[in-house]
Design a protein around this ligand. Structure first.
Ligand SMILES: [Zn+2]
Length: 253
């Protein structure tokens, strides 16, 4: 293998390490957001549950009040019934009857109110049960995600450490001027830094290489940059990554 091809190979290896570092860092940024989103949903459910509980508290108080009123009035009606016997004349008797009727009417209304309150309570209890179930599911999911996030973060830290070593090893084999060109491009452009030119087109910016540069590239004597995007380029016929080779095999089948 020529020195030129060896350099290309090492730069591609360096690029592969850098791509993995970028992917891991991106994954590490995204994962906590996922857990945060779940926590937010969980908090919303808890707020909804608190609201239901507040509503139920109010309904129970109302039901208690109505119950007391019904009991009190039932007692009053019972007393009035006893007093009826003691009515001294028809006029007084009718007046007492009317009063009793009114009290009974009022109590029937209270019974209706009580039934309505009970219906509403049943509705709220059903809603609360549903929310409790949802909360339980979320709690389990959150725990699972938080645990896996921690495990993934630990794995990622270990892998990043390994990659750091690989990077130093790969970089160590590239001549310093080429390496500094690589680092210069890496600091200014989105990955990748080194790309193949296929059918005269730079796969970094997808623009044709001028014919003169393409001829120069095909000679394979020095590391060139794409005149358009400045990325380091190599001719796809000179060098194939394992991924490209696998893709070619796939196409042939
Ligand atoms: Zn380009």
């Amino acid at each position: 293998m020529s020195l030129y091809l060896k350099q290309i190979e090492q730069l591609v290896a360096l690029q592969r390490v850098d791509s993995e570092i970028i992917a891991i860092k991106k994954g590490m940024e995204a994962a906590p957001k996922e857990v945060d989103a779940l926590r937010e949903e969980f908090a919303k459910l808890q707020a909804a549950k608190a609201q239901i509980e507040e509503k139920m508290q109010y309904l129970l108080e109302q039901a208690k009040r109505v119950d007391v009123e019904i009991t009190d009035d039932s007692l009053k009606i019972k007393k009035s019934k006893n007093k009826l016997m003691m009515a001294s004349n028809t006029k007084e008797y009718h007046a007492m009857m009317r009063e009793m009727d009114n009290m009974e009417k009022l109590n029937r209304m209270r019974e209706e109110e009580r039934a309505t309150l009970e219906e509403e309570l049943t509705r709220q209890r059903t809603a609360e049960a549903a929310i409790n179930e949802e909360l339980q599911k979320f709690e389990a999911l959150l725990k699972e995600k938080a645990d896996s996030l921690q495990a993934r973060t630990e794995d990622a830290q270990i892998r990043l450490g390994q990659l750091d070593n690989e990077r130093r090893a790969a970089g160590g084999n590239v001549p310093p001027p080429v390496l500094s060109r690589y680092e210069f491009i890496r600091s200014r452009l989105a990955a990748p830094v080194i790309v193949p030119v296929t059918a005269g087109i730079c796969s970094g910016c997808h623009i044709s290489i001028p014919p003169q540069s393409f001829i120069e590239l095909q000679k394979g004597t020095q590391i060139l940059s794409c005149p358009n995007c400045q990325r380091l380029i190599y001719w796809c016929e000179h060098f194939q990554t394992e991924e490209d080779a696998a893709e070619d095999t796939g196409r042939d089948v």
